[in-house]
Ligand binder design. Sequence first.
Ligand code: FES
Ligand code: FES
Length: 166
Amino acid sequence: MNSDSEVFSLHINGVVREVTDSWLGESLLDVLRDRLGLLGVKGACEQGECGSCSVMVGDSLLCSCLVMAASAVGEPIVTIEGLTPEETLSDVQAVFVEAGAIQCGFCTPGLITAVHDLLDRIAIPTDSEIREELAGNVCRCTGYGRIIDAVQQVAVRRADSSDGAL
Ligand code: FES
Ligand code: FES
């Protein structure tokens, strides 16, 4: 470790992870991927434009490329790995696969994270709400139609299953 290294702990996906050998000002994206091996978080533009690096920090969906890792100390961080039940898929992931809402997959972890956040806040979003809420997540492959369909399908399934539980 060099003399400029920072040592701090982050609360990620319900686990406290110690970060060593980081540098002051290193982005959360780089710490998640390069220091902690959470490779589900993608980096493309690294300028806050594409949403591929989206993670939850506290209650906020943020572009991890724009957040200093050290500033996230004490905040609960959730990455795509934390949204995925072990050895299976979240309901959003499963419907994305069924609906053909994935092509190259590079945007997918950020999108799935954004969709979980959206559906936690708006149980039955309209088409325009979905488009507005996901506007920060760029997908170069799908044309968005199947993504919108997938979000609507998850919302309907969640509503049906909660009706059945009454
Ligand atoms: S890599 Fe962070 S927004 Fe594009
Ligand atoms: S599936 Fe390729 S960028 Fe979205």
